[in-house]
Design a protein around this ligand. Structure first.
Ligand code: BGC
Length: 539
């Protein structure tokens, strides 16, 4: 009898595979400015859905969409009226379902943005709370009684992050808390009805297939129960909130909520993921939000807030790696987002922005890209009459606000409004915008788009990039990051960044990728690195 060779009919599977989010590259879409599907000058879900192949071609793993809910329109969608309804400007719940289906078919995941710290003042809860101080809805916010003496002093010294006091008065004289605009009253997370309602919201979107959430103000939510004064005043120039904000940020109870949300995420067969905005200055405090049973990623903004300076970059990277390693979490890296001026303008040139991108994409952990950074978009100078950001208005024009990084995307150079929309875009595009268009860059081997695409491809292929181990050193104005795969194979990669003004010579065997065109390959194990450039090399 001849023995039939046994056939292995098991489906192909990876032997060990980290969860997808550990080293994911996530692309942040500012929904209103990404792509307009219905020709009204406002970006929307059908527009985004049609552009998903672009994101797949770029090579990212997931897309995070800024708030899409029915909103009062006071803070770019971060003032939510209904957490389970889509703003008609953006489409419908069915459009979200379609987006998720199309994204999954392309191998992309979809994260939405949830805003648990506050609602809109137009939210039915707050409207009811205004009408009846004794209602259950009023107990879901922070109301303080009217002053007994009829005076105008707020209950304490808490300040709005956007300027001015964090307290406003209701028509009947009560005070209510808003850490952002008066149109964004803060919820009281010690009220179990608030907790339960957000469970329902999470399930609503998860059941639709959404893969996770970016969590707004995840370092907030709870406030000092005795409403004691803060020791100091928040300054937006700092790396993040510190002890001066001890009464309004980073209260211990907030971690219980992240444990609760993590358990909810893990209850799905395909676990959902959470990335929290944790704007705290102390990185070891940020790390605590990413402990194994809390948020999957905790954003730290030190790198985002670092100037073009080798010491600042090297120290931040080293500190962040230590803080996240201590809890076994991947470090999430961010150079740009919808709250910060674009890196090209902050650093002073597109050359520097490209070098910073190469550095970030080499680091172990996840990387968050903000739509348009892959095109090297600069910060736009928005005419005062077109400004929308409450920061500009609440600071009496002292702070420029965030409109300049929220300009509609340029897609096609020769079409009206650079291909964003047939109608006039909701924020004006500057004159030079078509020059940055996607269709100009896709076919240009030297474009910023091509650099990002090549870097993302190399990151996928080379286990030392994005998911290995890193050690960071600084040599004058040069930052050096040595990267090895976790199993030590294949050989090490080094990322060199020259942040000084003169060329330097560095050790290199093979050039894998350079941030600017024209970097000469190594000769005799040495490579000349011009100012404001970065390279990935093997040694
Ligand atoms: C968001 C901002 C928003 C604020 C209030 C921030 O962290 O990123 O865009 O204005 O939260 O919701």
């Amino acid at each position: 009898m001849s023995a039939e060779p046994m056939q292995d009919t098991r489906p192909f599977e990876h032997v060990t595979r980290d969860p997808w989010w550990r080293d994911a590259v996530v692309y942040q879409v500012y929904l209103r400015s990404f792509a307009d599907g219905n020709g009204d000058g406002i970006g929307d879900f059908p527009g985004l859905r049609a552009r998903l192949p672009y994101l797949a071609e770029l090579g990212v793993d997931a897309v995070w969409v800024t708030p899409h809910y029915v909103s009062g329109g006071a803070d770019g969608g971060y003032d939510v009226v209904d957490f389970t309804a889509v703003d008609p400007d953006y489409g419908t719940v069915e459009d979200v379902r379609g987006l998720v289906e199309d994204a999954h078919a392309l191998g992309l995941r979809v994260l939405l943005d949830i805003v648990p710290n506050h609602t809109s003042d137009q939210h039915p809860w707050f409207q009811r709370a205004l009408a009846d101080p004794d209602s259950p809805e009023a107990a879901r916010y922070h109301f303080r009684p009217a002053n007994e003496d009829g005076g105008d002093e707020p209950p304490n010294n808490w300040q709005s992050m956007f300027g001015g006091p964090a307290w406003s008065r209701t028509p009947d004289g009560r005070w209510y808390l808003h850490l952002f605009t008066p149109q964004q009253p803060d919820l009281d997370w010690r009220n179990p009805e608030v907790v339960a309602d957000f469970d329902r919201t999470l399930r609503f979107w998860f059941d639709l297939g959404v893969d996770g959430f970016r969590v707004d103000v995840a370092y907030g939510l709870f406030k000092d129960p005795a409403y004691r004064d803060n020791p100091g005043i928040y300054s937006p120039t700092l790396f993040g909130h510190g002890p001066e904000q001890a009464m309004t940020t980073n209260q211990p109870e907030v971690h219980d909520i992240w444990r609760r949300w993590r358990a909810l995420c893990d209850s799905y067969a395909e676990p959902r993921m959470l990335v929290g905005e944790v704007s705290l200055a102390d990185l070891s405090e940020v790390g605590r939000y990413a402990r194994p049973d809390e948020l999957h990623h905790a954003f730290q903004f030190r790198l985002l807030k670092s100037d073009w300076d080798a010491a600042s970059f090297a120290d931040t990277i080293a500190e962040a790696l230590t803080a996240f390693d201590a809890v076994g979490a991947p470090a999430p890296w961010v150079l740009g987002n919808h709250d910060k001026a674009r890196q090209v303008t902050r650093y002073g040139s597109v050359r520097r922005a490209r070098a910073a991108a190469l550095l970030m994409l080499a680091l172990p952990g996840s990387a968050y890209l903000y739509a348009g950074e892959e095109l090297g978009l600069p910060e736009a100078d928005v005419p005062v009459a077109s400004r929308r950001d409450p920061i500009f208005f609440r600071s009496g024009g002292k702070r420029a606000g965030r409109d300049g990084c929220r300009i509609p995307m340029p897609w096609e150079a020769s079409r009206p409004n650079a291909g964003f929309s047939a109608a006039t875009p909701w924020l004006p595009q500057p004159a030079g915008w078509p020059g940055h268009a996607v269709d100009r860059q896709e076919s240009d081997p030297d474009s910023t788009f091509t650099l990002y695409q090549q870097a993302l491809m190399a990151r996928r292929l080379h286990p030392a990039l994005g998911s290995g181990r890193a050690s960071v050193t600084r040599h004058g104005d040069v930052v050096r990051v040595d990267l090895v795969a976790r199993d030590g194979e294949p050989g090490p990669v080094t990322c060199w960044v020259n942040m000084g003004s003169a060329p330097v010579t560095v050790a290199a065997r093979t050039l894998l990728l350079a941030s600017s065109p024209g970097v000469p390959g190594p000769v005799d194990g040495r490579l000349t690195l011009a100012a404001d450039t970065a390279v990935w090399v093997s040694r």
